[in-house]
Design a protein around this ligand. Structure first.
Ligand code: NAI
Ligand code: MG
Length: 353
């Protein structure tokens, strides 16, 4: 069976790292007969500045209908100061494809990258499930008496039972599949009683469906502190859009930074969007300093989504070898270029596949 994969490099270093990821996928596909069919799309600042196109609705339909995954680079370009194209492309993909799971692994690739004294890979590794379609990011709210001394601004926090339940189930199902025993739900239900109350009720109800798992809870402020003091507590965490945004950046911070951080936007069973967490990094475009490892780990998530778990492990192993030999870019203490690191990783994959 063929699997159609769209590749959208986007802007800046997205155009440097996404093609390296695509090459890796092509390589694995032919070595292991995965039947991946990659197709590049030029959505991004250049296209937007040329003809005003961001993401055509009929293309979105085609993605939904015919494709199983999108490998995305990054969007954001200084020539588009209001980032209109970026918002339209990424938000259209996330919201209109209803990709309600933002899965972000926190994975320390080697103990030397840990900023936490005495905490290594065993303690830091975990996976975060961030709700991706609701919360305070849905742009519901308004302003009153704007520009006066009495100005009022309201941003609503939108939480539906369906939305809360499906993200919690995604985390619990993932834990079950991966042999994890404990899942943490994090909210601020002591202060935000209406939304938090819903999360609390759903979480208690779900405990009945997952008797094999331990469903625990921690307030988000406490959890942020404990991620630094006792990260070993957290193997799987589920939380809302805003808290997840903040906690996962903290997670990136304690696991070596943006050059290593991968993410998936999912609606289980449907097309998924896979992207490194970093942006388009205009400050290093064209210098060969872009770290491709976040993209390779993103490819591993993509492969897993397609059911190619063994190939995902091969990619992770190849990345581990680059880390062990310090074949890395300057952001993580190496002295190699994007293409040198990429070639090294692909050479390891060639051996392992
Ligand atoms: P950024 O992630 O692009 O860069 C932050 C810092 O990290 C920079 O110093 C950059 O050089 C470094 N960095 C990032 N990725 C790296 C990599 N793979 N290898 C080595 N160094 C790396 O975030 P910033 O500077 O806030 O935003 C730049 C542009 O990217 C903006 O237009 C922003 O809107 C956009 N952006 C897009 C995202 C996306 O497409 N999902 C996410 C975040 C930002
Ligand atoms: Mg963020």
């Amino acid at each position: 069976m063929m699997s159609k994969i769209a590749v959208i490099p986007g802007d800046g270093i997205g155009k440097e790292v996404a093609p390296e990821g695509a090459k890796l996928l092509e390589q694995l596909s032919s070595a292991r007969g995965l039947g991946l069919e990659l197709e590049f799309f030029d959505y991004g600042a250049d296209r937007y500045l040329k003809d005003g196109t961001t993401l055509p609705p009929e293309q979105l339909e085609a993605f939904r209908r015919d494709y199983r995954a999108i490998l995305f680079g990054a969007v954001g370009d200084p020539r588009v100061p209001d980032s209109r194209h970026a918002r339209e492309i990424l938000l259209a993909l996330r919201f209109q494809l209803d990709l309600y799971v933002n899965l972000r692994p926190v994975r320390l690739l080697a103990d030397r990258f840990s900023p936490l004294v005495g905490k290594g890979r065993k303690e830091i590794d975990g996976v975060f499930f961030r709700e991706n379609t609701e919360g305070v990011y849905v742009d519901v709210g308004g302003n009153f008496k704007q520009g006066t001394a009495d100005e009022i601004a309201i941003t609503e926090d939108v939480n539906s039972r369906k939305g809360v339940e499906r993200i919690c189930r995604a985390a619990l199902d993932w834990a079950r599949k991966h042999g994890e025993k404990t899942v943490w739900m994090s909210d601020k239900s002591n202060a935000m009683r209406h939304a938090g109350g819903l999360w609390q009720r759903v979480w208690k109800e779900l405990a009945r469906d997952y008797p094999d798992l331990e469903l625990r809870h921690m307030y988000v402020d406490v959890l942020a502190m404990q991620m630094v003091l006792r990260p070993e507590l957290f193997r799987v965490v589920v939380t809302n859009n805003l808290f997840g945004d903040i906690l996962t950046d903290l997670g990136a911070g304690i696991s070596g930074g943006l050059g290593f951080s991968a993410s998936a936007n999912l609606n289980p069973g449907k097309i998924g969007l896979f992207e490194p967490v970093h942006g388009s990094a205009p400050d290093i475009v064209g210098t060969g300093k872009a770290n491709p490892i976040a993209t390779f780990l993103t490819c591993a998530l993509l492969l897993e989504h397609l059911g190619h778990d063994a190939e995902a492990r091969i990619v992770e192993k190849a990345v581990d070898l680059a880390v062990a030999e310090n074949v890395l870019t300057p952001d993580v203490g190496g002295s190699r270029t994007t293409s040198e690191v990429s070639e090294f990783v692909r050479a390891q994959v060639a051996r392992l596949a």
